[in-house]
Design a protein around this ligand. Structure first.
Ligand SMILES: Cc1cc2nc3c(=O)[nH]c(=O)nc-3n(C[C@H](O)[C@H](O)[C@H](O)COP(=O)(O)OP(=O)(O)OC[C@H]3O[C@@H](n4cnc5c(N)ncnc54)[C@H](O)[C@@H]3O)c2cc1C
Length: 500
């Protein structure tokens, strides 16, 4: 559908619902809403434009837009910060893009029940600036902290760097208003109020409406859990001359059961080499350093100090070399901009080339990290042999939870975008499928964090979900009979008879 295909009466109705200034049809407005950090396929991203953009100011307006779209069978794509890494917010079939950034209010701050209710267009950085005066924090802390918004965190079921202490988005969002594809507004969460953390009544619908990538409707207002602003943080960084020692160490740290432990991350040889070579934000370590481990502890000063001492002892006994306070604090402080910095990589001959960041993530059990790492680097190596537009930027593995059972595991690939064509893009799609297959063969999940909407990875979603995928199709068909919500994502067209 093109912009002219959305007829004057549709535009007229939308303008009546939202006011003229909140219905945008200009090319720049639409192009800006098709932009994402690592678009797919990057050399053809301009083909994926919405016909128009609406910026609703209330749940009621969102509901009216969806009623109209449902009546006229027009595709709708919700968009928050547009930082998603699986192209969830990219329209595959044009239609109406619902940009929720005007829903950025703080409606209620309840200091006694330790909750706040916000529009889903707000981000955690802005929210935390407001909470700081009350010594409170909303601890959803992705590397995209300054630019991802609450609704996108819900739409992706996001992962937080300090999730081992405070939980991830699914744990931190207590309840929310959700507009179904029909335009009906429901409230999901525990209990009839907004602020209950546990109930046993009925299905746990909150989880159904998280991580659906906008395919089941739009979250408009959310109630969030708040915590005391941590008095202290400690983020020790250690160097190792061997990956195996660093791997053993990260496992010991995560399993130690220290209450203030917020997470630990392991950087492998490829990642250390890449940082040393091409990441200007990183303080280079000598070439004898082959792997790095970082941990983070949050809480009151006395408990962080005690926990920190224990983790330092564990790391030292595991052969770690502490890198000192300056590097430790500096690196942790840069956690929100690390991935925005890389702008170049290297060809096979070592020549600097303008490249941008693409990545693939998975959830992998601790015991499987070493073999997944080797298999993934082999796939990256094959890519490099196939074409000189790819560079292996290394891997990290980050605790998913306090017990250290599984890790968000990511491989970063630099792509020289100006040199891409359909052949090299097909090689990347094949590589993504192979990376996902390795994760499944090791009993993991294709994605801990970003979701799995894109070509390559999405092909294996039915395999990961088994019979659950058929249930997913039934739910989609029942709630969105006309397939208006973000059509084309997650193989959900199969719910409407498309070939599998
Ligand atoms: C530098 C960088 C670092 C990152 N680090 C992390 C990280 O540490 N942890 C992590 O989890 N992710 C990370 N990401 C990925 C991304 O930031 C997350 O997926 C984030 O949750 C997306 O939020 P957003 O507001 O940008 O959503 P968008 O990209 O706008 O949308 C994401 C998905 O949610 C849907 N959606 C948007 N709004 C709504 C709504 N109101 N209701 C229902 N569905 C909606 C969209 O249709 C889309 O499918 C990173 C990305 C970048 C660029």
């Amino acid at each position: 559908m093109t912009v002219t295909a959305l007829s004057d009466p549709v535009l007229g109705e939308l303008r009546q619902i939202l006011g003229d200034e909140h219905v945008l049809t200009g090319k720049a407005d639409r192009l800006n809403r098709a932009r994402v950090p690592a678009p797919f396929p990057v050399h053809r991203w301009a083909e994926r434009l919405p016909d128009l953009v609406v910026m609703p100011g209330s749940t009621e307006e969102v509901a009216e837009v969806l009623k109209l779209a449902n009546r006229l069978r027009v595709p709708v794509v919700p968009r928050d910060g547009g930082t998603g890494l699986t192209d969830g917010a990219v329209p595959l079939r044009g239609g109406i893009l619902v940009d929720v950034k005007r829903l950025n209010h703080i409606k209620d701050l309840d200091l006694d029940n330790r909750t706040c209710t916000v529009g889903t267009g707000i981000n955690a950085l802005k929210l935390n600036e407001r909470l700081a005066v009350h010594d409170l924090i909303y601890p959803d802390d992705p590397a995209s902290y300054p630019c991802s918004l609450v609704g996108g965190r819900i739409g992706t079921s996001g992962w937080s760097l300090i999730g081992s202490r405070y939980g991830h988005t699914r744990d931190l969002v207590l309840s929310f208003d959700h507009v179904l594809p029909s335009g009906q507004v429901i409230h999901v969460g525990d209990g009839i109020g907004r602020k209950i953390t546990k109930s046993s009544s009925g299905y746990q619908l909150k989880h159904l409406f998280m991580g659906h990538q906008g395919t089941l409707g739009i979250a408009t207002e959310a109630t969030l859990k708040l915590f005391p602003k941590p008095e202290a943080e400690f983020s020790p960084f250690w160097a190792f001359s061997d990956y195996a020692d660093a791997y053993r160490c990260v496992g010991l740290l995560a399993r130690a059961g220290v209450a203030t432990f917020a997470g630990a991350v392991l950087f492998d040889e490829w990642k250390v080499a890449y940082l040393r070579r091409d990441d200007e934000a990183y303080i280079p370590q000598p070439s004898s350093v082959k792997a790095l481990v970082c941990a983070a502890l949050y809480g009151y000063a006395d408990e962080v100090e005690a926990g920190g001492r224990r983790l330092m002892r564990i790391a030292r006994d595991a052969g770690a070399r502490y890198l000192g306070d300056e590097i430790s604090q500096g690196d942790w402080a840069a956690r929100h901009d690390r991935y925005a910095t890389p702008l170049h990589g290297r060809t096979k001959s070592g020549q600097v080339a303008p490249m941008s960041w693409h990545c693939e993530d998975a959830s992998i059990n601790y015991t499987n990290l070493p073999s997944v790492r080797l298999a993934w680097h082999e796939i990256a190596d094959r890519l490099r042999r196939e074409s000189d537009v790819f560079d292996d930027w290394g891997m990290f593995a980050y605790t998913n939870g306090a017990t250290g059972a599984d890790y968000l595991t990511e491989i970063d690939i630099g792509i020289w975008e100006q040199r891409l064509d359909d052949r090299t893009w097909a090689a990347w799609v094949r590589a993504k499928r192979d990376l996902a297959a390795v994760a499944l063969a090791h009993g993991g999940s294709i994605s801990a964090c970003h979701g799995s909407c894109r070509e390559g990875e999405v092909d294996l979603v039915p395999q990961e979900l088994g019979g659950g995928f058929e249930v997913m199709l039934q739910i989609k068909r029942a709630l969105d009979p006309h397939n208006i919500m973000n059509p084309g994502k997650y193989l959900l067209d199969q719910a409407y008879g498309a070939p599998s």
